[in-house]
Design a protein around this ligand. Structure first.
Ligand code: SAM
Length: 251
């Protein structure tokens, strides 16, 4: 079957890593799992062995049909749909573990769709490009997406997977990440739209002092709890909340 590069069809074929992903997902026999982009079903096979039920969402009908037939007698359902367009209310996420070796071109869109939809999944375990994982991770320099994500969840890296473990081989390394939702900033969630706006302004020039970005939104002459000579990448989420609250108070 001809694989579609446009759908990020790089399949993980190394059984050592397939096992390792499932092991680090902390699935118990009683757990239900949602898999995004099962493709040829190699990871699905491993997940089915140690979970109660798997619901998969696959955009390519050639694979969804094959998997439907292969797992007719298993606790398995599959939607032949685009995860970015599917009505998420059709699927129950309650306490489920969401997994996937995500298509590289839409990984961040998939992650943000899940986070912004405020679903009650337990945690997610996703394989994404290492470079993208580094931009999400809060232990690295702050980025627009790392701060956006922190509003909803904690993200931790689990381990890296080299290109050799895939077929066809991608040009880049991959990192398995775990996303654990938290309720730390629940009261700020209603200001998400405004936070995105503030972050876009602040990270437009990530290497410039934050003061120069603040001036663009008529701030900067006020007293802040952090040094205005710092770069946005050196700031923490609470610093951006402080900017947001001050900006909002002046609207
Ligand atoms: N799970 C398999 C594995 O681990 O080898 C395949 C992973 S492959 C990187 C990504 C899969 O996601 C492909 O099967 C692709 O067809 C599917 N996919 C791409 N875009 C999608 C979307 N928007 N919604 C659902 N599935 C998608």
């Amino acid at each position: 079957m001809k694989l579609k590069k446009s759908l990020g069809q790089n399949f993980l074929t190394d059984s050592f890593f397939l096992e390792k992903i499932v092991h680090s997902s902390q699935i118990q026999k009683i757990d239900d799992v949602i898999e995004i982009g099962p493709g040829n079903g190699a990871l699905t096979e491993h997940i089915l062995k140690c979970s109660n039920n798997v619901t998969a969402i696959e955009i390519d009908h050639r694979f969804s049909e094959k998997l439907r037939e292969r797992h007719l007698n298993d606790n398995f359902q599959i939607y032949n749909k685009d995860f970015l367009k599917i009505n998420l209310n059709e699927i129950s996420f309650e306490n489920k573990i969401v997994m996937g070796n995500l298509p590289y071109n839409v990984s961040s869109q998939i992650i943000f769709r899940l986070l912004e939809s405020d679903l009650s999944f337990r945690h997610c375990v996703f394989l994404i490009q290492k470079e993208l994982a580094n931009r999400f991770l809060t232990s690295q320099k702050a980025t627009k997406i790392s701060i956006q994500c922190q509003l909803f969840c904690d993200i931790e890296p689990l381990f890296d997977i080299p290109p050799d473990a895939f077929e066809p081989k991608p040009k880049v390394n991959s990192t398995l990440i775990k996303i654990s939702p938290h309720g730390k900033y629940k009261n700020m969630r209603k200001k998400y739209g405004l936070l995105q706006k503030i972050l876009s302004v602040c990270f437009a020039n990530p290497r410039k002092k934050i003061l120069s970005s603040l001036k663009k939104i008529d701030l900067g002459s006020e007293l802040f709890s952090f040094d205005l000579n710092k770069r946005p990448e050196e700031l923490e989420i609470n610093n951006f909340f402080e900017i947001l609250n001050l900006y909002e108070s002046k609207l």
